[in-house]
Design a protein around this ligand. Structure first.
Ligand SMILES: NC(=O)c1ccc[n+]([C@@H]2O[C@H](COP(=O)([O-])OP(=O)(O)OC[C@H]3O[C@@H](n4cnc5c(N)ncnc54)[C@H](O)[C@@H]3O)[C@@H](O)[C@H]2O)c1
Length: 289
């Protein structure tokens, strides 16, 4: 159901690769709610992915930009203001990638060049987007910027690797820049910490299927889907949340506040076997995973 929550609002949406992408779902909902926006991704992703289909559906212009490249971002923001006919009201940062995860490097044996890339793509790009937007005075008063995060920023999750460090930095940038942009121009900046979700990036997370099952059993409301995440982002772009800023907002069915649920406990009891924490009946040594 549409409520016209974003009627007349203009935005930039980063990170829609295919129909599974959280950004894709946010774009569809923003369109339904009356927003106009540009869509952006790397030129490789625009060639390989399906973003053009989404652009056609939403009447959005596609503008290639590597979010780690300041010149690309300046071009994106200037072009977006041209195409949309003025300053923008919202930005979605929905970007994540770790070469260490992709190449199977263990957290205790990181490649530091890869780590630089992980941090640049998944976190510092958020700072770059904000700095470019501020210098170009591209965001209207009471505008709203959202980046997507994950609870591995606060707690340790097996296999999330250096993306946990990237998410912690991302959330910190949201707070630090939120103070400056809020004080100066009433622009609000938040991160949304989403449940595990089956997407291209999500599938790179080690044991995503088990993580989804665990999240489902632990959360009183169950995992939040990508569509539900899109709904939540729309409320944050709307005028109904004008005093929410510098927050990391958990959108996870209650998972982050849980210690143990009955459903997870019952499942755990069924799986007892190995005497390390993995529950593997084969009794393999997993201490260093
Ligand atoms: N899927 C999950 O389980 C989950 C859970 C919590 C948070 N998130 C976060 O949601 C966000 C979106 O991920 P998703 O799950 O929709 O996966 P996705 O793979 O659909 O989206 C990731 C996007 O990042 C883009 N990207 C990578 N490098 C880039 C660069 N240099 N410049 C610009 N764009 C670049 C990719 O092209 C892709 O469109 C990420 O920040 C991710 O960490 C995902």
């Amino acid at each position: 159901m549409a409520y016209n929550l974003l009627k007349g609002k203009k935005g930039i949406i980063f990170g829609a690769l295919n129909a599974d992408s959280i950004a894709w779902k946010v774009a569809e909902r923003a369109f339904e709610e009356g927003a106009t926006f540009t869509l952006t991704n790397t030129s490789v992703a625009l060639r390989m992915g399906e973003t053009a289909k989404l652009a056609e559906k939403c009447g959005a212009e596609l503008i290639a930009a590597d979010a780690t490249n300041v010149e690309d971002l300046e071009n994106l923001v200037k072009k977006s203001m041209e195409v949309l006919g003025g300053k923008i009201d919202f930005i979605l940062h929905s970007i994540g990638m770790s070469p260490n995860v992709r190449k199977g490097r263990h957290y205790s044996d990181l490649d530091y060049n890869y780590l630089d890339k992980t941090l640049d793509i998944s976190a510092i790009s958020f700072h770059k987007v904000l700095q470019v937007a501020r210098k170009l005075d591209a965001i209207n008063e009471w505008g709203s910027v959202v980046a997507l995060s994950y609870v591995a920023a606060q707690r340790t999750f097996y296999g999330y690797n250096d993306m946990a460090d990237a998410k912690a930095l991302l959330e910190s940038i949201g707070r630090s820049f939120g103070y400056i942009y809020g004080r100066e121009r009433n622009v609000r900046i938040n991160t949304v910490s989403q449940s595990p979700t089956v997407t291209t990036a999500g599938s790179g997370v080690k044991g995503i299927d088990k993580l989804l099952d665990f999240g489902e059993r632990m959360s009183p409301l169950g995992n939040a889907t990508g569509d539900e995440c899109a709904d939540y982002c729309i409320t944050l772009f709307s005028d109904l949340t004008r005093k929410v800023t510098m927050q990391n907002l958990f959108h996870d069915g209650g998972f982050s506040s849980m210690g143990m649920s009955l459903r997870a406990l019952e499942q755990y009891e069924k799986g007892l076997g190995c005497d390390c924490e993995c529950g593997d009946a084969g009794d393999h040594d997993h201490r260093y995973d």
